[in-house]
Structures are given as structure tokens and as C-alpha cells.
Design a binder for this molecule. Structure first.
Ligand code: PMP
Length: 426
């Protein structure tokens, strides 16, 4: 593409396109992408960048895995889309079969949606409708922990950190119940008092509560922090005792990111409802799924009106489900778990020295995720400078400079990523 074409496109973009979490009048720099393959994103001007954030945590197998792209193309040649009311299709069925094979056996009912946020909305609605069906309509509130992130739609925002990025929308959100953020970090010793505030909250409000929703182990978008598995074990136990449903949002953590296939496996627990998205299609195309137990599905179906009242237009998109089938198969084609273990070791080793930097308040690593918590975030301009100087795509936000690379990233590439992070943190 000619330099003048690139300039024209970028000028139009600046003028008319709203980017995520951005100003329309003072837009941050945007890079024009030409292609992407494996760990690399190529820009129109020929620059090649290592994608250190897996394009918002999705591309676990790297960009454009050929088998996934071929599956989308094959499906597109048959039919691209069909409504899921009154119809079903092989990609939806085979993806559900593949999901059931990797999910806890009790989660064997699958509701497809299109994005992570909508999966969360569906999960919250399932919990609420279940309680209505059980004759307990007053149980319509949710409990969660501070520092959570579950998406940007209104229902999902209402169970996310209230003082964070969504504070401005306080007036339009349902008021749910929040326990403090767990104190004990993943690899610190456990202290029983860490769970006490949540236990108190749940016991006090049990008659109002439909469900508890949390991100298991790794609180992402609003905390970038790993908490202790014992917290989840105690949460599971108490939810069962009080007959409150437990929803786990595995949208960011699912499919290997923390070293286990699902983060809940660190605690050895199983929720009643689970949300997955992002890496479900290898990050190639939007899709999410909510899995629930027979107890939840039968409860909803035996109540009034007997149907689960949700049905997105692009539910079970055939293209996305075909991508999902191929992406799940890819986990069997290489030793992703060994790669993630090796990344964990390398990220710890290479990020640990950043603790000496005045701007770095904490260094955290688990699986294929490395986080530097900063006193002050570098400006967009500074980040862009570092990106161009190092050829590594990083995208810090709030107080965090992090990497969540594709599982196929090589040790040499990881070293380039950690060097870029260090440069941006200085
Ligand atoms: N839940 C979690 C844990 C997430 O990390 C995200 C996205 N970062 C979402 C929900 C929302 O997903 P989406 O952006 O696809 O709506």
C-alpha cells in the first residue's frame, strides 16, 4: 500500500472511528494492520510486531492458525449463518461435544452467545431465572469481589469493580453486593480470615442472593492479580451450603492461560454456571458459551415460563462454532501446557529484576501471564515509541504493563517481550 493511501486511511480513522476506551477528539495513535500470522502482526508500512497481549488475550495459538481459518472457510462455503431457533447444525453440536469433553462432567448444558459480556449477561439471567423457577423471586441480587471485571454491558458492569472504569455509570446499574478483594495472593500462605468478609456477606444476604460471580484465580481487567485457590474452595463450599449458585467467569482464564486448562482446576472446584469466550475460537471470531449443570437447566425449564428467556441473533454462529471446533482440536497438536510452564519460569526469571525499578510496585507471574504493576503508566506516545523501537506490541492500561502471549511464542520472543516491558516501565 502506498504511503499516501496509508495516510488517507489513518486520517479518516482519526476523524470518524471511535476506538475502545478512547477519546474521539484526541484519539490515541492507531497502527494500520496489513496481516497477522503466528506471533506476529504486520503493519501496512512493513513493520512487524510480536503480539505480546494475544490481541486482548484471545489468540492462544497465535494469529490465523491455518486449521482454524480453513474450518471457517469450509463452513462459509456451506452456510455462513442460520438462526438457532428452530434450526441446529453440525458445528454447534460438534463444538458442544468438544467442550463437554474438556469441561467438568456436571457442566453439560451449553448456551451459545456471541461475546464475553453477553455470556456474563446470560449467566446472571440464568441464575436469576433459576431462583424464580424455584419460587424464590426475591433472590435476584448477585455477590462478587472487589477488583473484578466481567465486561462492559450494563449487567456485567454491575458485577465488576464499582470504583474502576465503570464508576461513571453508577446511576444506571443494579446495585449488587461486594466483598473485599481477596488478600492472599496465589503463591502466598493462606490465611483463613481472608474469606471471612465474603462468608459474612453471603450469610447475611442469603435470602436476596441468586448467585456469586467471580473470575477464578486471575482477576484481569480491573486488578491483574492472582488470588489464592483456597478462597475459591471455601466459596464453593459456602455457596453449596447456602444454596447460592456459583458462576465462574473463565472468559480470560479458560483454555490454558493460567497453566491449567480452566483456572478452577487450581482449586479443584466446579461451578454451577461457567462462561467461556476469547480463546474458544482461538481468538479468530467472536463466540462465547455458558455451560451450566443439569440442576440449573432443569430448574429453569420446569419453572414458568419454562424457557430460558434469551436468544441472540448470532447465537451459535456456524462460522464461529466451526472455528471453535478447529481451535479446540489444536490443543491436541502441541504440548501447550509445557509451553505455558516454560513461559511461567522464563517470565518470572526475566521480569523479577524489574522490581528494582522505581516505577515498578509489583511483579506478578502465573502461567502465560506476566504483570508489572506500575506507579505511573507511560503515555500512549511513550508506549508507541517503545513498540516501534522493540517490535513488541504491548498495551498497558490503568496501572498495569503486562504480557499474555500466544502459547506458541518462542523463548527468544519472550525475551524480547520482557525487554520491551522493562523499557516501557523505566
Ligand atoms: N469477562 C472477563 C473475565 C474478561 O476478561 C472479559 C474481556 N476482557 C469479558 C468478560 C468481556 O468479554 P467481551 O469483551 O468479549 O465482551
Amino acid at each position: 500500500m502506498m504511503a499516501t493511501d496509508i495516510e488517507r486511511l489513518l486520517a479518516f480513522d482519526r476523524q470518524h472511528l471511535w476506538h475502545p476506551y478512547a477519546s474521539m477528539t484526541q484519539p490515541p495513535p492507531a497502527n494500520l494492520v496489513a496481516s497477522a500470522l503466528g506471533t506476529r502482526i504486520r503493519l501496512q508500512d512493513g513493520t512487524e510486531l510480536i503480539d505480546a497481549v494475544s490481541s486482548w488475550w484471545c489468540m492462544v495459538h497465535g494469529h490465523n492458525p491455518p486449521a482454524v481459518i480453513a474450518a471457517i472457510q469450509e463452513q462459509a462455503a456451506q452456510f455462513a449463518q442460520v438462526m438457532f431457533a428452530g434450526f441446529t447444525h453440525r458445528p454447534a453440536i460438534e463444538l458442544a461435544e468438544a467442550l463437554l469433553a474438556v469441561c467438568p462432567p456436571s457442566l453439560n448444558r451449553v448456551f451459545y452467545a456471541d461475546t464475553g459480556s453477553i455470556a456474563v449477561e446470560c449467566a446472571l439471567k440464568m441464575a436469576a431465572q433459576y431462583q424464580v423457577a424455584k419460587g424464590r423471586p426475591k433472590r435476584c441480587r448477585m455477590a462478587t469481589i472487589r477488583g473484578g471485571y466481567h465486561g462492559d454491558t450494563t449487567g456485567a458492569m454491575a458485577v465488576s469493580e464499582p470504583a474502576g472504569m465503570h464508576e461513571i455509570f453508577h446511576g444506571i446499574m443494579v446495585q449488587h453486593l461486594f466483598a473485599p478483594q481477596p488478600h492472599c495472593e496465589f503463591d502466598q500462605p493462606w490465611r483463613d480470615d481472608d474469606f471471612a468478609p465474603m462468608a459474612e456477606l453471603l450469610r447475611k444476604h442469603r435470602d436476596e442472593l441468586a448467585a456469586v460471580i467471580v473470575e477464578p484465580i486471575f482477576q484481569g481487567g480491573n486488578a491483574m492479580r492472582f488470588y489464592h485457590p483456597e478462597y475459591l474452595r471455601q466459596l464453593r463450599e459456602l455457596c453449596s451450603e447456602l444454596d447460592i449458585l456459583l458462576i465462574l467467569d473463565e472468559i480470560a482464564t479458560g483454555f490454558g492461560r493460567t497453566g491449567k486448562f480452566f483456572a478452577q482446576e487450581h482449586a479443584g472446584i466446579v461451578p454451577d454456571i461457567m462462561c467461556v469466550s476469547k480463546a474458544l475460537t482461538g481468538g479468530t471470531i467472536a463466540l462465547s458459551a455458558v455451560l451450566c449443570s443439569g440442576e440449573v437447566a432443569d430448574g429453569i425449564s420446569s419453572g414458568t415460563p419454562g424457557q430460558f428467556m434469551h436468544g441472540p441473533t448470532y447465537m451459535a454462529s456456524p462460522l464461529a462454532c466451526a472455528a471453535g471446533c478447529a481451535a479446540l482440536r489444536l490443543f491436541k497438536s502441541y504440548d501447550w501446557a509445557a509451553n505455558v510452564r516454560a513461559m511461567d519460569v522464563q517470565l518470572r526469571r526475566e521480569l523479577a529484576p524489574c522490581r528494582e525499578l522505581a516505577n515498578v510496585k509489583a511483579v506478578r507471574v502465573l502461567g502465560a501471564t506476566g504483570v508489572l504493576e506500575l506507579a505511573k503508566l507511560p503515555s500512549y506516545e511513550r508506549v508507541q515509541e517503545v513498540v516501534m523501537a522493540t517490535g513488541v506490541w504491548i498495551r498497558p492500561f490503568d496501572h498495569w504493563l503486562y504480557t499474555m502471549p500466544p502459547f506458541i511464542t518462542t523463548p527468544a520472543e519472550i525475551s524480547r517481550i520482557t525487554a520491551a516491558m522493562r523499557m516501557a516501565a523505566e
